[in-house]
Design a protein around this ligand. Structure first.
Ligand SMILES: [Zn+2]
Length: 40
């Protein structure tokens, strides 16, 4: 099973079928997290 996770808020955006476990990072539409949000 593969999942797409928001790289900013780490919420699961979507699941997709995959033979092995895969995690992709993207950005969710419904979220205010932007690339301007730098955290160290
Ligand atoms: Zn997000």
């Amino acid at each position: 099973m593969g999942i797409i996770v928001c790289q900013s808020c780490e919420r699961t955006i979507e699941h997709f079928e995959e033979e092995k476990v895969t995690t992709l990072y993207a950005k969710c539409n419904n979220c205010t997290c932007n690339s301007n949000n730098e955290e160290k």
